[in-house]
Ligand binder design. Structure first.
Ligand code: SAM
Length: 220
């Protein structure tokens, strides 16, 4: 009974989690361990992880790219629903944070499916393009340094097959993208990519207000 998206209050959000969240024990433990880190806010929300896993299932994803892994929650959420011969290339620069992920990936029995590349993501993605991996991925999730978002998007688009999906995290950036007085570099980068995707004829899009906003772009 609304012609616009509902702004969730705490009660509705708790209801959403209580009725629909299906979080494995390992994911829950990983979220709990991450919550004790000073940078815990970088982790995606559990309902976003579930949403991404559902999207991976819907498109029958086998080959996945992740740009920005942190302690491995989003990688684990998606890797858990990949087929046994599926794989996820996880890009990050932090051994310390991804070591936490590795422990949980092993416990969940999906470590073999996750190919962690510890290097600046632009290098990893460029190397994949040069090695001939263009058009070979089904799903890409972009969730790293915002200044490189446009570059990540362009590289991921080349690496995706037609019909593949790019998910750009933080599209709403806590509401800052809608504040005309906010000229922070990260805000400008996200705002520019949102505007670009708004008119990018190479993709069909939807900006989904889940978590911090996920801009979905399906490669045509
Ligand atoms: C927002 S966190 C990712 C959160 C993660 N997707 C999750 O579900 O918990 C961003 C990550 O990007 C990584 N990062 C920052 N700059 C990077 C770069 N140039 N290349 C690769 N990773 C980078 C950081 O180390 C950090 O772990």
């Amino acid at each position: 009974m609304s012609t616009r998206t509902l702004a969730l209050d705490d009660r509705s959000y708790d209801y959403l989690l209580a009725t629909s969240l299906r979080e494995s024990e390992v994911l829950r433990d990983l979220r709990e361990e991450t919550s004790r880190l000073p940078m815990s806010r970088m982790q995606i929300s559990p309902e976003q992880g579930q949403f991404m896993a559902l999207l991976a299932e819907l498109i029958g994803a086998k080959r996945v790219l992740e740009v920005g892994t942190f302690t491995g929650y989003s990688a684990l959420a998606v890797a858990q629903v990949l087929p046994p011969d599926g794989s996820l290339v996880a890009c990050d620069v932090s051994r310390e944070w991804t070591d936490i992920g590795r422990r949980h990936w092993q416990r969940a029995g999906v470590a073999e499916r996750i190919d962690l590349r510890l290097a600046p993501a632009v290098e990893t993605l460029t190397a994949l393009v040069e090695q001939g991996a263009k058009g070979s991925f089904d799903l890409a999730f972009i969730d790293a340094d915002k200044g490189n978002y446009d570059l990540y998007y362009e590289l991921c688009l080349r690496l995706l097959r037609p019909g593949g999906l790019v998910l750009v995290d933080n599209a709403l950036w806590g509401g800052d993208v809608a504040d005309p007085d906010n000229h922070e570099p990260d805000t400008l980068a996200i705002r520019a990519l949102n505007a670009k995707l708004g008119r990018d004829e190479r993709v069909s899009i939807s900006l989904v207000p889940i978590g911090d906003g996920v801009l979905m772009a399906r490669k045509r």
